[in-house]
Design a protein around this ligand. Structure first.
Ligand SMILES: [Zn+2]
Length: 212
């Protein structure tokens, strides 16, 4: 298994730019697994967050890959900066938690409309699922109610792809104590529980989406 970080541009939540990262897992059995596809969606949302986008095709090309090489997409959750370039992967299964899909339908906004209009169809996951003996999806609610993370067992040990379960290493290290950026936790108790559960996996490496 080999892991590559994708540079998917940046956006602005505060005055400072936030990087946007996705990840590729080159897996012997599963092929090219993409964790989060980057920014996309309705123009008003992209303008609001002042998105300076990078296409996932360009980001993959940095590693000698093309969208057509991707065999599976895992969306940690359905915020526009994590599923926004899903339309480039109509040929691949899009794995998302059932509860996350229900959430976007329930909380319906312009991103929901965009997801529906794009025609993307999801493969819905309930909680944990083993994709291969060394790769699994686990539920990690709190940032959103249906957030999920990816657990890989590599030569290094346990590696986690945590989406927005913690935006940055600083938040991960804080263990949820102290002030949080806006939007970090939709449900603070669930979020703290998830952070504790992820830390209990004793990861050798944690892959963030919005850390420098
Ligand atoms: Zn998010």
């Amino acid at each position: 298994m080999e892991i590559k970080r994708l540079d998917l541009g940046h956006l602005y939540v505060t005055a400072r730019p936030w990087p946007v990262h996705g990840y590729v897992i080159l897996h012997e059995q599963l092929g090219v697994v993409l964790v989060d596809s980057g920014c996309g969606g309705p123009g008003e949302v992209l303008r609001y967050y002042k998105v300076v986008n990078r296409t996932v095709a360009d980001a993959l090309d940095d590693h000698g890959l093309a969208p057509s090489d991707v065999t599976m997409v895992i969306n940690t959750h359905l915020h526009f900066d994590h599923c926004g370039q899903n339309p480039a992967f109509a040929h691949a299964p899009l794995m998302v938690q059932h509860t996350e899909h229900e959430r976007v339908l329930r909380e319906r906004d312009e991103v929901t409309d965009w997801i529906e209009a794009s025609g993307m169809t999801f493969e819905l996951v309930d909680g944990s699922i083993e994709l291969a003996p060394d790769l699994r999806i686990i539920g990690s609610p709190g940032h959103t109610s249906g957030h999920q993370s990816v657990v890989a067992t590599t030569g290094l040990g346990t590696e986690l792809f945590i989406g927005d379960a913690a935006y940055t290493r600083r938040i991960w290290d804080s263990s949820g104590i102290g002030s949080l950026p806006e939007g970090q936790a939709a449900d603070i108790d669930a979020w703290r529980g998830t952070l504790g559960a992820l830390k209990a996996l004793a990861p050798e490496r944690v892959h963030f989406c919005h850390d420098g």
